[in-house]
Design a protein around this ligand. Structure first.
Ligand SMILES: Cc1ncc(COP(=O)(O)O)c(C=O)c1O
Length: 452
């Protein structure tokens, strides 16, 4: 879609920003050119080529809410590794714990004391009693889907239209105009027809969920309590409780993926709204920058799993990971949860996000933009439509790739990093009012260039 009408002006503004970027990032360019030979698309992971500009920024070092690139430029970071660094970069308690643990050994295929401590802390925060650890949220989701099919004996999983849960094959589906489940655009190497594995329903549509569950084919409903990967889509007031009831009625395993919605508070949206999922998935930030994922189960689901598995094949049954639950990541989680992502830190982060939203709204009002801004705890996002989207399709239809690229590059050139492929900002415990004011100034200037 084209949310902004004057494409020539947009194109000219983008070119100006591009020239500025190229002239101020010569060292990043050199490093990128060196990387073009040994790396696919010149980057360590192919999506890094989607940043606006001809090559990505190369990072020199980072601390708290800032990082410095190889050209010596400093940035206020609202991307925070797309939540991987919501704890802030290199938080002191995590760095200390990791340094101590790595010197004592990092992976043994044996537990250390920290794992149970972390499980207990997460139980207290989310209300789920049995925890497991992985290396990523993707992996935690995969494990939960396998367990769900295993205990229910059903084949399909349900997801929301335009969801994202990591690189999980069954989730790369959307709805077509007739409501059929079809592969998402450019779905790479799908193993089988997604209709056999997946049913897609719109967010905020309990009737569609009931129709899907009533077929008796659905093992699990895997969902974010608010969509965050197609812009923010908030749940209607009765949606989450309604989904909880439906899952209970049809014995569908209700998995809440709180990898991003942990921004709502220490216990995510699960605790904030008093929800009772069968399982919660976490990842990214809980390790304070060290790769780790986790999933928590109710006692009842844990019993269903444990009673249906055989010890002699437990290592080859499809739920595993040699490095999962390793001592290093467990030490990082303990320090991060206990000393960095604390209830007090979340209070501050949320207040800053409120301020960020207020500033964005002020500019929207000043220029009478047909845009809106939403928030989940310490995460804020604006989108190019006048009302908050009700589902993923509405959010996707409001996307304007070139407009977003311009705003992103404008921000980068003013020393601000926003979450790529979004207009999203995240606050860390180290973000402050000056950082938020920095964004306000850029946003106003970028909009003024478009609309004055
Ligand atoms: C909601 C959600 N779940 C899971 C994931 C996967 O996380 P990872 O890529 O760290 O495995 C993501 C990644 O963006 C996500 O947004």
């Amino acid at each position: 879609m084209q949310a902004y009408g004057d494409r020539e002006r947009l194109d000219n503004l983008f070119r100006e920003e591009l020239n500025r970027y190229i002239s101020t990032h010569p060292r990043s360019r050199e490093l990128y050119e060196t990387a073009a030979e040994p790396l696919l698309s010149g980057v360590p992971m192919i999506w890094m080529s989607k940043w606006p500009g001809p090559y990505p920024i190369y990072v020199e070092h980072a601390k708290g809410s800032h990082f410095t690139d190889v050209d010596g430029l400093m940035y206020t970071d609202f991307c925070l590794g797309d939540t991987g660094a919501m704890s802030g970069h290199a938080p002191d308690p995590t760095v200390k714990a990791v340094q101590k643990q790595i010197a004592r050994g990092s992976t043994f295929m044996l537990p250390t004391e920290d794992a149970a401590y972390n499980g207990a802390m997460l139980s207290e925060r989310f209300g789920l009693t049995k925890w497991q650890f992985t290396l990523s949220a993707t992996d935690a989701n995969r494990h939960m889907l396998r367990y769900s099919r295993h205990v229910t004996g059903r084949q399909k999983i349900a997801v929301h239209d335009y969801c994202y849960h990591g690189t999980v094959d069954e989730t790369f589906a959307v709805m077509d105009d007739e409501g059929n489940t079809v592969p998402r655009r450019d779905n790479v190497g799908k193993p089988i027809d997604l209709k056999q594995t997946t049913v897609v329903i719109p967010f905020n549509d309990l009737e569609a969920a009931e129709r899907a569950f009533a077929t008796g084919e659905v093992a699990a409903m895997l969902m974010e309590p608010a969509l965050t990967n197609i812009g923010i889509v908030l749940p209607d007031p009765d949606y989450l409780k309604g989904m909880e009831e439906l899952c209970l009625k049809y014995d569908v395993i209700w998995i809440l993926d709180e990898t991003h919605t942990l921004s709502a508070g220490v216990g995510g949206m699960t605790a904030k709204y008093g929800l009772n999922p069968d399982a919660v998935v976490l990842g990214k930030t809980i390790g304070g920058g060290v790769p780790v994922g986790a999933y928590g189960l109710t006692n009842e689901l844990a019993l269903r799993i444990e009673s249906s598995m055989h010890l002699e094949s437990i290592d080859i049954g499809g739920v595993g990971g040699t490095l999962a639950g390793n001592a290093l990541s467990m030490a990082a989680v303990r320090a991060t949860l206990e000393q960095v992502l604390t209830p007090k830190a979340f209070e501050k982060m949320e207040a800053l996000a409120e301020l960020w939203v207020k500033n964005v709204q002020e500019v929207i009002d000043e220029y009478q933009l047909p845009w809106q801004v939403s928030r989940i705890g310490c995460r804020g996002e604006y989108s190019f439509r006048s009302t908050a989207p009700k589902n993923g399709r509405e959010a996707a239809d409001a996307d304007d790739f070139e407009l977003q690229q311009y705003l992103q590059l404008h921000a980068i050139n003013r020393g601000i990093l926003m979450t790529p492929f979004h207009n999203m900002a995240l606050m860390s415990p180290y973000t402050d009012e000056e950082d938020v004011a920095h964004h306000h100034a850029h946003f106003r200037e970028a909009v003024a260039a478009l609309y004055s």
